[in-house]
Design a protein around this ligand. Sequence first.
Ligand SMILES: C[C@@](CO)(OP(=O)(O)O)[C@H](O)COP(=O)(O)OP(=O)(O)OC[C@H]1O[C@@H](n2ccc(N)nc2=O)[C@H](O)[C@@H]1O
Ligand SMILES: Nc1ncnc2c1ncn2[C@@H]1O[C@H](COP(=O)(O)OP(=O)(O)O)[C@@H](O)[C@H]1O
Length: 278
Amino acid sequence: MQRPALSTFFTSHFPLMLSFPNAKINLGLHIVAKRPDGYHNIESCFYPIPWCDALEVLPSEKLTFTSSGLDIPGTQESNLCIKAYHLLKKTYDLPGVHIHLHKVIPMGAGLGGGSSDGAFTLKMLNDLFELGIDVPTLQKLAGQLGSDCPFFIENKPVIATGTGTNFKGTALNLSGKYIAIKHPQIHVSTQKAYSLVKPAAPTHSIESILSKPIDQWKDVLQNDFEASVFAQFPEIRDVKNQLYSAGATYAAMSGSGSAVFGLFEQEISLEGFYTFEL
Ligand SMILES: C[C@@](CO)(OP(=O)(O)O)[C@H](O)COP(=O)(O)OP(=O)(O)OC[C@H]1O[C@@H](n2ccc(N)nc2=O)[C@H](O)[C@@H]1O
Ligand SMILES: Nc1ncnc2c1ncn2[C@@H]1O[C@H](COP(=O)(O)OP(=O)(O)O)[C@@H](O)[C@H]1O
């Protein structure tokens, strides 16, 4: 079937699209080796969580961008939504769009919020303009925006290896558990965090640890960033300890920080933490 011209497409379809780019947590994170390109091979479980931004794309004469909610550092051109548009525009005949991002997910937190916005922009433009880009190609494109971006294309729990862009599905299902998260408002540079860790081959695979009950994860399911980040910012370790004191079955820093999360069997309310059901 021949695809209609994009201009007629807009007038014949709903000219608006809304999505809710969500955050992720890392359940365990091993930094396995430094690569010749300067990046690191890792092993981690990426798990999507329902803490979301809101992203709207609608027709416009030219590309425009607005945001609300939390202030996003950097220029519009450095925003991953705009980068995603330009990346697709290199290959596809994209008309103008107006992108509005309502920012909720804390930034520089290890929750992948910016990466999610970039990946969701790719998916929305693909759907809206019926570009027909398949999932592996979308993941490759997302990889050009950042290492965390490809995960958000399929957005389901995976064991990630390589630079965090090779995925194996996992049956891990935390539905019905509760999570408490705090972003201690400390900005940890991902690049610096990687440079402070000495890579090492792990003794146990994350997949094997995650196959055990959650109450056995403590002390074995490790995030290799924690030691150096906690040494620099002891208050982040305090947040983790606070979660265990409150009865968390497992608590850890997400990614390169500084957000810390705890998993609970029951609904909890903790001052200063954002809590919700998974
Ligand atoms: C640590 C993780 C774990 O999920 O997430 P965050 O804590 O940022 O959410 C990721 O590996 C971060 O992914 P992302 O934040 O997209 O990183 P990128 O923009 O690709 O890279 C930022 C910098 O981190 C370093 N980097 C990133 C990924 C990787 N596998 N090895 C690296 O050494 C590089 O120095 C790079 O210049
Ligand atoms: N749409 C966006 N939302 C948030 N941050 C963005 C976005 N686009 C680019 N950035 C940049 O990415 C940085 C952090 O990205 P984010 O993915 O939120 O954190 P992290 O990598 O720690 O998970 C921000 O400080 C900002 O400079």
